[in-house]
Design a protein around this ligand. Sequence first.
Ligand code: 3HC
Length: 296
Amino acid sequence: MGNYSLFMSLPSFSSDISTLGIAGSGIMAAGIAEVALLAGFDVMVRSRSERGATELVAQVSKSLGRRVERGKLEIQVRDEAARRLTTTTNLGDLARCSIVIESVVEDKEQKTSLLRELDSVVPTGSIIATNTSTLSVSELALATMQPDRVCGIHFFNPATTMPLVEVIRPLTASQSTIDVAIAFVAMCGKEAVLVRDDPGFIVNALLFPYLNDAIKMMERGTASMDDIDAAMKGGCNFPMGPFALLDLVGLDTSLSIIETLYAASGNTADCPAESLVRLVADGHLGRKTGRGFRTY
Ligand code: 3HC
């Protein structure tokens, strides 16, 4: 197992060194699971429902299957990776994981109570990470009894493709927690950047004001949605325009990030764009629901 050496220098860490735990079953959880499986980790995913677990497994195997179809993955490697994925509805089953990443909905109450529960089941010596987009990692860490082992490990969407992962260092985290998080990210084949626990960290703090402004620009009538997307692709060489990206990320997640940034700045210019708020209220959350700014 490629991750063995990671823990060799950290004797206080759990003796079971091969299993990544993921709490959650959404797009990000599935993407992180796939990345870790391909990096050689055993992955145990905890979903609250059997249905969530089944959907996650289906999503991962579909994505691995696409790699095989495109000639990027051997069938045997796919089968071997798929065998290392297990799911559970029982949070206690994550007790044998050396690292647990929570990747549930971007809601402070839910993340706080999940981290508290994880803290009680995951053994001392294992680290607990949150994939939060913008919530304060320090506040989440302080909800636990062992805040020194909590940090942020923030993947980007689609996690299988995006090379960057932000490692967020709350004031409470020990240096060994951060070292393990950075080493874990490297073992996943991703590039880690270390960030202080400021709202939006690096990427979302810069990206979401731009996405919010793009919606407001469309609302003002400066240009159409298609032309704004075309302009940012053709004029800046961005891989996709702002509306396509909002629909990819998910409008509920986007709104939550923009609201957090707005609360942090207190500047009315940062308030969420009206059409974003309306689409979320109507349940149009982007690609994942088949409709967002566009219909899929
Ligand atoms: N889900 C999973 N994988 C996807 C995907 C999706 N929706 N769309 C594309 N991919 C994968 C493909 O399988 C392919 O993988 P491969 O290289 O292993 O074969 C790779 O991405 C390239 O795909 P394509 O050639 O079909 O398509 P593009 O070249 O158009 O790339 C893209 C698609 C990677 C999504 C590209 O448009 C892109 O990079 N967009 C920007 C994404 C971005 O900015 N993400 C960050 C969002 S912010 C965030 O995540 C923070 C969070 O807190 C909200």
